[in-house]
Ligand binder design. Structure first.
Ligand code: AMP
Length: 138
């Protein structure tokens, strides 16, 4: 079954498009978490970061940079968050890979609470985590 984003891309469901090329579209997130909140979505349907091809993901990011410049010009936010939820536990609700581009006007307009666990970790914990990631990358 196609995702709601595929239906938007096929113009079966309306959306406010701001950008389109052969591979990627960008349209307003219906939630408008902040003014101008935009989604950048590959036209081809890939569930998440684990299935999207690297080159396409790079192009999605390139478009997110263009959109960020446009948002900056249009609304003059004080900052921008770019984020991607991958997997239900991370908060993903539409299982079609995408980047959120979220202009920020105030520290309080979006709540991200990243816990700082530094005080519970030893030097060895960091070394072991880095070792495992490096091994998985090679
Ligand atoms: P995520 O939760 O990271 O998977 O993001 C999915 C996003 O899609 C949410 O922020 C929704 O507000 C947005 N969304 C869902 N349906 C629509 C729609 N019809 N048009 C625009 N955005 C949508």
């Amino acid at each position: 079954m196609s995702t709601i984003f595929s239906k938007i891309i096929a113009k079966e469901i309306p959306a406010h498009f701001v950008y389109e090329d052969d591979l990627v579209v960008a349209f307003l997130d219906i939630s408008q978490a902040t003014k101008g909140h935009t989604l950048v979505v590959p036209k081809a349907e890939f569930r998440d970061i684990f299935s999207v091809p690297e080159d396409l993901a790079a192009h999605v990011m390139k478009v997110a940079v263009k959109v960020s410049h446009a948002l900056q010009k249009a609304f003059e936010p004080a900052g921008i968050n770019i984020l991607s939820n991958n997997g239900e536990k991370s908060g993903q609700t539409v299982f079609h890979f995408h980047l959120h581009v979220i202009p920020r006007y105030e520290k309080e307009d979006v709540k991200f609470s990243l816990k700082n666990n530094m005080s519970n970790l030893s030097l060895d914990d960091y070394k072991e985590r880095a070792r495992l990631i490096k091994a998985a990358l090679s």
